[in-house]
Design a protein around this ligand. Structure first.
Ligand SMILES: Cc1cc2nc3c(=O)[nH]c(=O)nc-3n(C[C@H](O)[C@H](O)[C@H](O)COP(=O)(O)O)c2cc1C
Length: 166
């Protein structure tokens, strides 16, 4: 298993829970991501409650798989703390670490975009009662995968340039 090449967006899950020790590893991985000037301007809302999952599904049309998942993490960023308005990059790095850590621990996950979709952002920021400086950034849904399709092969030599564009 290779966490980079076996990662894929998983949208179907078994009934198995995410173990607390694995959740702890996943959150530690998120907090090991780089942030500009080391502001660590992210926070993570761990959501296991099924009623809350249903409320999220009403507010994010492309996150309906949350209704079958045991766990979601809402990654949020403090834009007042971020250096140079870099909070989206900081939160992206943390989000990707969560995806890869989930694979490392034998789970599947999907990144559901929140920032910069104004409608989703507003709905979730209101629901979670986020303070004015805190932006809802991404929703990561995690569970044991019930999807055995292979990960995509992203390798494409045409994406690589050497020294200059041409
Ligand atoms: C910023 C961002 C937003 C995304 N939003 C959603 C989403 O709302 N719902 C969803 O099912 N997948 C979402 N995805 C997952 C992409 O659809 C997926 O990564 C892409 O199709 C490539 O597939 P793969 O992850 O299996 O390689 C998002 C991914 C990114 C990076």
């Amino acid at each position: 298993m290779d966490i980079f090449f076996d990662r894929k967006s998983v949208r179907k899950y078994t009934n198995e829970e995410v173990k607390d020790e694995d959740l702890n590893y996943i959150l530690r991985s998120a907090m090991s991501a780089p942030t500009a000037k080391n502001t660590r301007c992210y926070s993570f809302i761990v959501i296991k409650d099924k009623t809350t999952h249903a409320e999220i599904a009403k507010r994010h049309e492309a996150a309906q798989m949350i209704l079958q998942a045991p766990l979601a993490i809402l990654v949020v960023g403090d834009e007042s703390l971020a250096y140079n308005s870099y909070f989206p990059q900081d939160c992206s790095a943390a989000t990707e670490n969560i995806l890869l850590a989930a694979v490392a621990k034998g789970y599947g996950a999907v990144w559901c975009g929140v920032y910069s979709n104004e409608k989703r952002q507003k709905a979730l920021e209101e629901f979670f009662k986020l303070p004015p400086n805190i932006r809802a950034f991404s929703l990561v849904i995690i569970g044991k995968s019930a999807d055995d399709t292979p990960a995509k092969n992203g390798w494409d030599e045409t994406k690589i340039k050497y020294e200059r564009w041409q």
